[in-house]
Design a protein around this ligand. Structure first.
Ligand code: SME
Length: 275
């Protein structure tokens, strides 16, 4: 962007009236959203730039899309159509565009994680029953963090050790209500007792699909005070490689805040006959 501004300055120092008018037309065209809105304008510009194979133009409009908070699945649909219309010769440009987009998204945290953590601590302080605390925490994380499309908790079954039981969640219902330790990404994280981040679930032979839209997943085990796995926090995203190191740090802190409630909810399965 800096280079673009610098070069534009040099162009305008030398420009004749035709170039100057062209530049002001460009500025005026993007000045407001008009009838289609700023986001659609940028997506149209991105698609045209990609089909015309102008890498500089693509990276400029990608940066504008990032500023406007365009979600990755939406951007990917536009890039798909542009590549289709542009033909396979556009693919190298689409490749560079996706790499640039990924880098842009990884630089900026997807949400104000400190604020979300503060709100999670608030929910924990309210001292409601463990199930309600976990349900509220799942809704809070899903609603306040873009790309967290399914947020839920699995609890270690005290009746059948070595089994995870689906606890409170926010998102589409899943058929995976019981998962043995070692099975799927969830079962493996429980067995290993450490966080697992999977950038592309289609490459995982062990993956248990909850929805065909899911592209990446993060699973963070939650421990009892004695150090046993009490359960885990599981996040699915429709974005590929959605979970950055900042997400991982946030999720591990969130899991620590919620650990007493996960442990208590798991303990309560003894009386409730499991899931
Ligand atoms: N994908 C998980 C199963 C749980 S769903 O994502 C909610 C796995 O592979 O273990």
């Amino acid at each position: 962007m800096k280079e673009r501004d610098l070069l534009n300055g040099i162009v305008l120092e030398n420009a004749d009236h035709v170039l100057k008018r062209l530049y002001s037309l460009d500025t005026a065209a993007f000045r407001d959203g008009g009838r289609i809105g700023a986001e659609t304008k940028e997506l149209v510009a991105l698609a045209v730039s990609l089909a015309l194979r102008c890498d500089d133009c693509v990276s400029y409009h990608l940066a504008r899309c990032a500023d406007l908070g365009v979600p990755t699945p939406k951007l990917a649909e536009v890039m798909g159509i542009a590549t289709l219309i542009g033909g396979t010769i556009t693919i190298p440009h689409a490749r560079r565009a996706f790499a640039a987009w990924r880098e842009m998204r990884q630089k900026e945290p997807r949400a104000d994680f400190d604020l979300v953590l503060e709100n999670l601590r608030g929910i924990a302080r309210e001292g409601a029953d463990p199930g309600s605390v976990l349900a509220a925490a799942a809704v809070l994380m899903r609603n306040s963090i873009p790309g967290y499309d399914w947020v839920g908790f699995y609890l270690s079954d005290p009746v059948t050790p070595g089994t995870l039981v689906l606890g409170p969640f926010s998102g589409e219902p899943t058929e995976h209500v019981r998962i043995g330790f070692g099975r799927g990404i969830c079962g493996r994280a429980a067995e290993l007792g450490r966080t697992l981040v999977v950038d592309d679930v289609s490459r995982e032979s062990e993956y248990l699909a909850c929805s065909p839209e899911v592209r990446s997943e993060a699973v963070v085990p939650v421990f009892t005070v004695e150090g046993a796995v009490a359960g885990e926090l599981d996040i699915d995203s429709h974005e590929q490689a959605a979970f950055t190191p900042a997400d991982r740090e946030f999720l591990e802190k969130a899991a620590a805040v919620l650990s007493p409630f996960v442990a208590a909810a798991a303990e309560a399965l003894k009386g409730g006959g499991g899931g």
